[in-house]
Design a protein around this ligand. Structure first.
Ligand code: FAD
Length: 440
């Protein structure tokens, strides 16, 4: 009889686990059910680019059907909320208010993490079109901003600043980071990122070892924020919160979690505080205490978990499948706009950051190469300069006769010191190095 595996969360970790079982599902040995709050699959690492480029935002999100493999694909249930984990069952509610409890032979928790900021990932589980609409509101605000304050100088904060300083160079960006080093990966990476930021078309100021109290805001009357150490940051009209990450474990009693709310797993990837004799409970990816917030770890844990799910299905004992201390020190890659990048390891990694990560924030590579999505290719609009400004909705194309050092956005005037659209004149030129472009 086939066993049922319920995977809660269809992000990179959950997808890896689900796809690893596709051979057994095809033989009818296992039924895989994915519960997710969203109606689409998302790699999340592309989010800084999705914030500035609508074509990229759209193309990076895929229907589950496209990222799940095999002739017997998992059933995906879009849930409003998971309401409880029981001994051998999961309870959830659907969007129409119905509650259900689904029995399981094994449960895999892969619910990832959320950010305090509303735009860092789709933690509310909005359907794709509603999420794209939310991103478009962000872009509208960003297109009008003159000084953006980014709270948090981890990889995501740095990458968002890099996108701004590339696509919207007349808008100043200030990053405030509580730690001494951007990206949290030591002095050498920090200095490399600083040098990369300085080389971008726009101006990025960096304050480290300090904190600022600022709530996320799309449009403010310009105001001054003062850091804890007394540095004034004046004229801020938009605040981006890129700090404050927490695991998505609200449906699990806190006494079964570590002090920060993560699920503690052992080397079998089971969570001893959740697992029972009848039904093992595994945790993988960001939600586990050893996910370290990294895509690669999420995928590795998903694959490793499959080994024990297969043991379970075969009636064999579960074994050690994962080094919970490993994966901590993988090099960190940060893109700085579409052409620059930095990494926490020597030359080849820096080269990879520029050549491999920056062009599509890895999304163009990760979907086909890491997740086996066939025929995935980002369009030229998604890979190219980002029409960040709200009025330039038309696709961009080359225009002969325009100086090759210009980008031209019709209907939008831009010049030094001005970031918002204001009718005519109809062309504004900025950003050297880029090819000649005009909207059709
Ligand atoms: C802006 C940004 C940039 C990043 N850049 C990098 C990078 O450059 N390199 C890198 O290695 N990592 C990066 N990361 C981290 C990387 O994206 C994560 O490590 C990875 O996505 C973790 O995968 P996951 O499947 O564990 O969790 P998630 O990607 O968070 O997926 C969790 C899934 O569970 C669903 N879910 C959540 N709660 C529930 C619930 N209660 N019920 C049902 N479903 C639920 C969600 O909808 C989602 O589909 C970045 C993250 C962000 C936010």
């Amino acid at each position: 009889m086939s066993k049922r595996v319920i995977i809660i969360g269809g992000g990179p970790a959950g997808l890896s686990a689900a796809n690893g079982l596709s051979d057994l599902a095809a033989k009818g040995a296992v039924e895989v059910v994915i519960l997710d709050k969203k109606d689409h699959a998302d790699l999340v690492i592309g989010q800084p680019r999705a914030l500035v480029n609508p074509a990229f935002a759209d193309e990076a999100l895929l229907p589950f059907d496209r990222v799940l493999h095999g002739p017997q694909k998992p059933r995906v249930i879009v849930v409003a909320a998971v309401t409880g984990l029981h001994d051998g069952a999961v309870s959830f509610t659907r969007h129409d208010g119905r509650s259900e409890t689904l029995p399981a032979d094994a449960i895999v928790v892969a619910t990832g993490s959320s950010h305090r900021g509303r735009f860092m990932k789709n933690s509310d589980g909005l359907p794709k079109q509603a999420w794209l609409q939310r991103l478009s509101e962000w872009r509208t605000a960003a297109g009008n901003a003159k000084h953006v304050l980014v709270v948090g100088g981890g990889v995501s904060g740095v990458e968002i600043a890099g996108e701004f300083a590339t696509e919207h160079p007349s808008c100043k960006v200030t990053i405030v980071n509580s730690g001494p080093h951007l990206c949290g990966a030591g002095k050498a990476m920090h200095e490399s990122v600083m040098s990369g930021l300085r080389s971008l078309p726009g101006k990025v100021e960096v304050i480290t070892g300090d904190k600022v109290q600022a709530e996320e805001a799309l449009a403010l009357s310009p105001r001054t924020f003062t850091t804890n150490a007394g540095t004034a940051i004046a004229g801020v009209d938009m605040v981006v919160c890129a700090a404050g990450i927490f695991p998505n474990t609200s449906f699990i009693h806190r006494t079964r979690l570590d002090p920060k709310g993560f699920i503690v797993v052992d080397s079998t990837l089971q969570a001893p505080a959740l697992t029972s004799h009848n039904c093992p409970v595994f945790a993988i990816g960001d939600v586990a205490h050893c996910g370290w917030g990294r895509l690669r770890n999420a995928q590795d844990m998903g694959k490793a978990c499959v080994k024990n799910l297969k043991n379970l299905i075969a009636g064999k004992p579960l074994g050690k499948v994962y080094d919970t201390e490993g994966g901590k020190n993988w090099p960190i890659f940060a893109s700085l706009g579409r052409q620059q990048g930095s990494a926490s390891a020597p030359i080849v990694n820096k080269w990879l950051a520029r050549k491999v990560k920056a062009p599509s924030l890895m999304v163009g590579i990760a979907w086909p190469k890491m997740f086996g999505v066939k025929d995935f290719k980002l369009s030229a609009a998604a890979m190219g300069p980002s029409p960040l400004l709200p009025s330039s909705k038309a696709p961009l194309k080359s225009r002969p006769g325009v100086a090759p050092s210009s980008w031209v956005y019709p209907g939008v005037a831009h010049g030094p010191g001005h970031c918002g659209p204001h009718g005519s004149p109809h062309q504004v030129v900025y950003a050297p190095q880029a090819p000649a472009l005009i909207a059709s």
